[in-house]
Design a protein around this ligand. Structure first.
Ligand SMILES: Cc1cc2nc3c(=O)[nH]c(=O)nc-3n(C[C@H](O)[C@H](O)[C@H](O)COP(=O)(O)OP(=O)(O)OC[C@H]3O[C@@H](n4cnc5c(N)ncnc54)[C@H](O)[C@@H]3O)c2cc1C
Length: 509
């Protein structure tokens, strides 16, 4: 491409980026889990007539024509992104919008996203995506226990992501930016001569100067050098149409319901719940339609789905919710915490692949989209740096040796994981290890203190916005607001993890 043309393309892209640049959500949190055990990932089940299981072959957006890459061309792209989830699409779009040649590899880029994503509206608004929510609630509610004092209203608006709309938005942006698609599953990657070749189904290889692994919890291409031992957020959810109005206020999202009186008649289940607690998460869409999810915040090993389903059924009976139809069924198993991929390495990991899930909450979608600009800009910097050195506009983008390509990838990893982010992640891991040890009574005490914190602290913690120093302040405030018994308990249960965190912090660079 002629330099002038490239220049124009970059200027147009820069204007577009200014319009949609997300708010200051920097860095990436990366973690990665290996062999997720027997757990199915999100899906729609056989609960009702119309809910035939979704397969990856299901296609949304039949009106969208993907620009497909013909492997016969044997091009080398500037960037190959493997995976077209939120993180892959967001990174690919931004790099392509800056004028680089980007290829996405995914077996079905138009497949629907099947999980219900809930987000804080302020996070989505900061990224200019508030129109990609299909339901919103002005406030959220937490029930710590069955007492009236146990009800806490959170004045932070919440929303459900309109998945088809968000996916369409990200896909259309990619297409407008010039991203090409190759519909296949990536199997492996090989590096040589300053290029990386992603091996796909059907014996096709696609080449790029840099490769991003955005395969979610499949973690297909990034490498790990340690055994992975994450916690798991497990949840069983259904969207139900009820015969009669359900008991929830349609203006309020039920963020956490830790009440357990629905298990009074089932002492064995109640006892299990007292040891390994789960809570109800509910999104009331109308007076008769609601998404209900029995959720284990984090457990190791994961609480099995039949147990979650049983607990949800008991809740529904207790609340008098009679489902006429079940519109969909969700099985959620999100690995949380655990080791990060090897840093640096040639393949760049983003999103679920690379531990961007909040290790203490399971939240991710705002974070992966919010972090995309930082990652993309680091990639753009590297691709541009090579081009600055060269005389030929096309050759310019290709690293000319393995050492150069390794150094480019390493620079992107460094930008994603500055030491402040690593410290933050250590703190989140520490938080997760504490949560893993709490029974129901202790969990209630913990959240009583948590939701009495300032908005700055609890909003910031849930949105991964607090720096390490702020997190220390957060921890001290939490401690100060806890009862004496809870403090003692936190000290007993948190001390080993605290020591681990301190020793790891000492070696961070
Ligand atoms: C049930 C469930 C509920 C959730 N709820 C929430 C929530 O309420 N709020 C929230 O913030 N987050 C939630 N999450 C997390 C949410 O899924 C992530 O935010 C998001 O999907 C991660 O994005 P990603 O792009 O990293 O990976 P994914 O969305 O998992 O995308 C990975 C992509 O890679 C592709 N892929 C996989 N393997 C290959 C391969 N070998 N070759 C090529 N392509 C491949 C897949 O087809 C897919 O398109 C939930 C997750 C689950 C499972």
């Amino acid at each position: 491409m002629a330099r002038q043309q490239l220049q124009q393309q970059r200027q147009a892209a820069a204007q577009r980026l200014r319009r949609c640049r997300p708010a200051a959500q920097s860095g990436v949190s990366v973690e990665a889990p290996p062999s997720t055990p027997v757990v199915p990932r999100g899906g729609r089940g056989p609960a009702s007539d119309s809910s035939a299981p979704l397969s990856v072959s299901k296609v949304l957006f039949s009106d969208i024509t993907l620009p497909l890459y013909d492997p016969q061309e044997q091009r080398t792209f500037d960037l190959v992104v493997v995976g077209s989830g939120p993180s892959g699409l967001a990174v690919a779009d931004r790099v392509a919008a800056a004028g680089f040649q980007v290829l996405i590899v995914d077996p079905n880029p138009r497949a629907p996203w099947i999980n219900n994503f809930g987000v804080w509206i302020d996070e989505f608004a900061a990224m200019g995506l508030e129109d990609c929510l299909d339901y919103t609630w002005d406030k959220a509610l937490v029930h710590l226990d069955s007492s009236a004092e146990g009800a806490r209203y959170l004045s932070r608006p919440y929303g459900r992501v309109d998945r088809p709309k968000l996916k369409r938005r990200l896909l259309e942006r990619c297409i407008a930016s010039g991203v090409m698609f190759h519909q296949a599953k990536a199997q492996d990657v090989k590096h040589g001569g300053g290029r990386s070749e992603v091996q796909c189904d059907g014996g096709v290889g696609v080449s790029g100067s840099l490769v991003v692994d955005a395969t979610g919890h499949s973690r297909k291409l990034v490498e790990f050098d340690k055994a992975f031992n994450p916690g798991y957020q497990g949840a069983y959810g259904i969207t139900v149409m009820c015969a009669e109005p359900h008991p929830f206020d349609v203006a309020t999202m039920l963020f956490m319901d830790w009440r357990d009186d629905h298990l009074d008649a089932h002492p064995d289940v109640k006892e299990r719940n007292a040891r390994l607690p789960t809570f109800l998460y509910a999104m009331p869409f109308s007076s008769t339609k609601v998404f209900l999810e029995e959720t284990s915040l984090v457990a190791r090993p994961i609480i099995p789905f039949p147990e979650l389903k049983l607990r949800l059924e008991k809740r529904m009976q207790h609340l008098g919710i009679k489902a006429v139809t079940v519109e969909d069924e969700e099985f959620c198993a999100i690995p949380m915490g655990g080791c990060l991929p090897v840093r640096p390495q040639r393949v760049i990991g983003v999103g679920g692949t690379a531990g961007m899930v909040h290790p203490s909450t399971g939240y991710m979608v705002s974070r992966v989209i919010g972090a995309a600009p930082l990652i993309a800009d680091a990639i753009i910097d590297q691709l541009s740096a090579v081009s600055d050195k060269a005389t030929d506009a096309h050759l310019a983008r290709a690293p000319r040796s393995e050492a150069e390509a390794d150094a480019m990838a390493a620079a992107v990893w460094r930008a994603m994981w500055p030491v402040q982010r690593l410290r933050q992640r250590e703190f989140f891991e520490f938080g997760m290890e504490v949560l893993l040890k709490l029974d129901l009574a202790e969990t209630r005490e913990f959240f009583a203190a948590f939701f009495s914190l300032s908005d700055y602290h609890w909003h910031g913690f849930l949105s991964s916005r607090l720096s390490f120093l702020n997190l220390i302040g957060f921890g001290l405030s939490l401690f100060a607001r806890s009862s004496n018994a809870a403090r003692l308990n936190l000290l007993q249960k948190g001390l080993p993890g605290l020591l681990v965190m301190l020793s790891r912090l000492a070696t961070l660079k």
